[in-house]
Design a protein around this ligand. Structure first.
Ligand SMILES: Nc1ncnc2c1ncn2[C@@H]1O[C@H](COP(=O)(O)OP(=O)(O)OP(=O)(O)O)[C@@H](O)[C@H]1O
Ligand SMILES: [Mg+2]
Length: 182
C-alpha cells in the first residue's frame, strides 16, 4: 500500500487521517497550498476563538463540511486536516466526494503511537491525555482494511516518519475525452 510517489487526481478530495501528533498539519503544510487545506482546528478557531475548544467541534465541522462542499463544487483540490480516525468521522467526506463526482483519496499517517506521544510531549500548542492518543491510533488501525469499502479509491498508508519524509506528490489532471468523429 506504500508508494513514496503519490499521483493525485486533480481535483480530488484528500482526507488526511492520523492520531494527534502523527504529523497531519505538518504534512499538509509541506505538500499543499494553505488555501487547499481545510482544518478542523482552524474551523474551531473561527467559530470559538480557540482551536482546542472541544465544545466547538460540532459547529466547527459544520463550517468545515460547508467549505469542503463549496470547494468541490468549484472543482478545487481540497485537503481535510482532521484526525478522521473513525468511519463516522469520514462518512460526510465520502458523501461530498460522491455528490461532486471527485475522487476520494486517503493519506493515512499511521505512525507508531510512541512517536505520536513523544511529539505531543514537546508541543506547546496542545496537550492531549495519553489514553486519547492511544485510542485514536487503535481506532484508525481498526478501520484501515475497510477504507476501500468506505469509498476511498486511492489509499496511501505511511507507517513511519521515514516514509512520510520520502513522500512526493504530483498532480494529474484527467485528459479530456475527445468527441467521437464518425
Ligand atoms: N515528520 C516530522 N518529523 C518530526 N517532527 C514532526 C514531523 N511531523 C510533525 N512533527 C512534529 O510533531 C508535532 C505534531 O505535528 P502536527 O501538528 O503536524 O500533528 P497533527 O497530526 O496535525 O496533530 P493534531 O491532530 O493534534 O493536529 C509538531 O510539533 C511537529 O513539529
Ligand atoms: Mg494538526
Amino acid at each position: 500500500m506504500f508508494d513514496a510517489h503519490i499521483q493525485l487526481p486533480e481535483p480530488s478530495l484528500v482526507v488526511l487521517m492520523g492520531a494527534s501528533g502523527s504529523g497531519k498539519s505538518t504534512f499538509a503544510r509541506t505538500h499543499f497550498h494553505a488555501t487547499e487545506v481545510v482544518s478542523s482546528d482552524a474551523c474551531r478557531a473561527l467559530v470559538a476563538d480557540d482551536e482546542n475548544d472541544q465544545s466547538a467541534t460540532p459547529a466547527a465541522f459544520d463550517v468545515l463540511h460547508c467549505i469542503v462542499g463549496h470547494r468541490l463544487a468549484g472543482g478545487r483540490l481540497t485537503v481535510v486536516d482532521a484526525t478522521n480516525v473513525r468511519p463516522r468521522d469520514r462518512s460526510t467526506f465520502v458523501e461530498l466526494a460522491r455528490k461532486h463526482h471527485v475522487p476520494l483519496v486517503a493519506l493515512v499517517l499511521d505512525l507508531p503511537t510512541t512517536v505520536c506521544l513523544q511529539r505531543n510531549q514537546t508541543r506547546t500548542d496542545r496537550t492531549l491525555p495519553v489514553h486519547v492518543v492511544r485510542a485514536q491510533s487503535e481506532e484508525l488501525r481498526r478501520g484501515l482494511a475497510g477504507l476501500g469499502d468506505e469509498g476511498f479509491g486511492l489509499v496511501t498508508l505511511f507507517d513511519s516518519a521515514e516514509q512520510v519524509a520520502a513522500a512526493t506528490i504530483t498532480r494529474r489532471r484527467p485528459v479530456p475525452s475527445t468527441p467521437a468523429t464518425d
